[in-house]
Ligand binder design. Structure first.
Ligand code: PMP
Length: 373
């Protein structure tokens, strides 16, 4: 069988897991003032420093959360709570943790949702034209989780230089595949998740630029400088630090391999004469993701047939609780429900072998031939 759904999640790197297990003896509560507590606090501080270095931030700018969903909620709700009648801007193609949060807030506040073009990209001019004097926050992802499209975050940061609005960047699908440097990006807030980079599920972070205030969404103790209460999961913070270090160190080799796998996949689809179109602009895409429109089958059918053939893949995001709905991302790009229903996301990993790509294409070919009869 072939797992080709690494954008939905990655396996936990065994080397990292083993290293983390070896640190289990440091079990104290980092808030305790006795020695085991102090040891845990020191370990936490060390891991936080490593994490911050990997995105060119300071240790105190890192808020550890239960994952990117919580980090995105904290960025958006934590900003909204601090303003009377704010206006905020986001896009139609964000992950559910951003989109749904804004949809919920749009009952009380004004939210502008920017549309993507057929190339999969948000237009920075649209953003410029949507800015108002009371705009307090702009949320845009760096890499789209369904198409891999790399959004014009640099351009948007440049536009926002003359404006009070803060820039929140969901970089979950970018880290490990391209450079993620909060200074170069000009981000005021940035989200990452452990389980997309061969770390554990249930841990992530929000980078928050020094000097910016947020309303805590989880209240309690003064953990994470009173921005997120709850006893810190030191072992998982360690794992996140190790996963980030390894992903950053190996980024060049990993993304090169991903790109080769993607290219081979597209070449083999063409060679087998299986009708398909790539959604979005291939030249503006992260190395590991490609999204394909198969005009001859609905994604729901294709996913099931592929699953039975041992090929594990997703239609867009995996976040809609096992249901296959027309992708809101493809819909925003093409305004074509049929295309949105017939598109499948393939996401590759450096762990894959070249002949696994051949296996995926040969199973697709078999299904296509069966359907064409
Ligand atoms: N943002 C993006 C772009 C994602 O792909 C995901 C994971 N599907 C998330 C946020 C949510 O991350 P987590 O699972 O850590 O909550």
């Amino acid at each position: 069988s072939v797992y080709v759904d690494y954008a939905s999640t990655t396996p936990f790197d065994r080397e990292i897991l083993n290293e983390v297990m070896d640190s289990a003896d440091v079990f104290g509560n980092p808030s305790s003032i006795h020695r085991p507590g102090k040891d845990a606090k020191a370990a936490l501080q060390k891991h936080r420093t490593h994490i911050s270095q990997k995105i060119n931030a300071k240790p105190k700018e890192i808020i550890i959360t239960s994952g990117a969903t919580e980090a995105n909620n904290l960025a958006i709700r934590g900003t909204a709570d601090r303003h009377e009648r704010p206006h905020m801007i986001t896009t139609d193609i964000e992950h559910a943790s951003v989109r749904t949060t804004y949809q919920n807030l749009s009952e009380a506040f004004e939210v502008t949702f920017l549309k993507a073009s057929e190339n999969g990209l948000i237009d920075a001019d649209d953003l410029k034209n949507s800015l108002r004097s009371n705009t307090v926050l702009v949320s845009i992802m760096l890499v789209n989780n369904e198409t891999g499209s790399i959004q014009p975050v640099f351009e948007i940061a440049e536009i926002l230089k003359d404006h009070q609005a803060l820039l929140h960047v969901d970089a979950v699908q970018a880290f490990g595949h391209m450079e993620v440097d909060v200074q170069k990006l000009g981000a005021d807030m940035l989200t990452l998740s452990g389980h997309k980079i061969y770390g554990p599920k249930g841990i992530g972070l929000l980078y928050l630029r020094e000097g910016i205030k947020l309303s805590a969404q989880l209240t309690g103790g003064s953990h994470e400088l009173s921005r997120r209460a709850g006893t810190e999961n030191v072992m998982w913070v360690h794992a996140l630090a190790l996963a980030m270090e390894k992903a950053a160190d190996e980024r060049a080799q990993r993304s090169l391999k991903e790109m080769q796998l993607k290219e081979r996949f597209l070449n083999e689809l063409t060679a087998k004469k299986i009708p398909f179109e790539v959604n979005g602009d291939l030249n503006q895409q992260a190395s590991h993701i490609t999204n394909i429109y198969f005009p001859w089958s609905e994604a729901e059918f294709l996913l099931t047939a592929l699953d039975m053939a041992g090929i594990f893949v997703s239609a867009g995001s995996a976040c809609n609780a096992g249901t296959v709905q027309p992708s809101h991302v493809i819909q925003s790009m093409y305004e074509d429900e049929e295309r949105a229903l017939c598109s499948v996301r393939f996401s590759f990993s450096y762990l894959m072998e070249e002949d696994e790509v051949t296996e995926i294409v040969s199973q697709l070919d078999a299904i296509y031939k069966r359907l064409s009869k």
